[in-house]
Design a binder for this molecule. Structure first.
Ligand code: ADP
Ligand code: ADP
Length: 233
């Protein structure tokens, strides 16, 4: 079963009565364990597309199947349940809970997903250490830099071993050292079988993917596998 199947996905925003087509009939199938990078110029519909895949933006038409389950017809609350069970997000506006520590923010999805407190803690310790954040575990999100918050959001997204990791520019605000930590962790979880769909402008991020899907004016103009030789020097 594909982790994601989008069929004829369309999004037309209405702004002041004027239709703005953002996504114009996108088909995409992502198999378990695949790492797909979505690229394309600003305004080509990348964010709108991945937000629809996670149910964070409504679609105008088309179908979304998540792990074999029809998702686009779900209610808000149906999506919320499906997301909690199956999807980890790293989106800029998907904020951390301000009055909880970094550690609790990361453990929460695992606990909600039914992990024991010990497993949630071990997973949190592992993820924060991989991202060079172990010393920030007791801090509140507001005490962290933007880049640190972004890395915490990645740790939180992975806490529950989600069926799908969806990310929008996960390295967008990061300096090169932190980008390296994030890429290392993405590569590691990918090798462990994590399915990943992410939007990026960064060629280094894209070079780690199995496929690069290029959007232009809301349509897929290229869908290219990355050769193994190119990926593993
Ligand atoms: P990208 O992520 O590739 O930069 P977006 O998905 O953000 O592209 O935007 C695609 C198009 O949809 C652009 O023309 C953008 O202006 C428009 N758009 C995005 N979000 C909205 C919105 N909330 N309301 C109206 N138009 C939007
Ligand atoms: P990104 O492309 O990185 O998502 P944007 O600056 O395009 O960032 O969008 C930031 C926010 O503004 C998003 O929530 C998007 O939906 C909204 N947005 C983008 N373009 C428009 C637009 N033309 N009209 C209204 N909202 C928009």
């Amino acid at each position: 079963t594909p982790v994601i199947k989008a069929v004829g996905l369309v999004k037309i925003y209405q702004t002041g009565g004027l239709p703005v087509p953002a996504v114009r009939g996108v088909d995409l199938v992502v198999e378990p364990g695949e790492f797909v990078a979505i690229m394309g110029p600003s305004g080509s519909g990348k964010s709108t597309f991945v937000h629809m895949l996670g149910g964070l933006e409504t679609r105008t038409s088309g179908e979304i199947w998540l792990d074999g389950k029809r998702a686009d017809t779900l209610s808000e609350s149906g999506w919320a349940v499906l997301r909690r069970q199956k999807v980890g997000f790293v989106f800029q506006f998907f904020n951390l809970v301000a009055n909880m520590t970094v550690a609790d923010n990361v453990e929460l999805p695992a606990l909600l997903g039914g992990a024991t407190p010990r497993h949630a803690r071990e997973r949190r310790e592992y993820l924060l250490a991989e991202l060079g954040l172990e010393e920030r575990a007791g801090a509140a999100p507001g005490q962290l830099s933007g880049g640190e918050q972004q890395r915490v959001a990645l740790a939180r997204a992975l806490a529950n071993h989600p069926r799908l990791l969806l990310a929008d520019e996960p390295t967008g605000n990061l300096d090169s050292r932190n980008t390296r930590d994030v890429l290392k962790l993405l590569g590691k979880v990918h090798r462990q079988g994590q399915t990943i769909v992410l939007v990026t402008h960064d060629a280094r991020v894209a070079s780690m993917a199995d496929r690069v899907v290029s959007l232009l004016d809301g349509q897929i103009v290229d869908d290219a596998p990355i050769a193994r030789l190119q990926r593993r020097p």
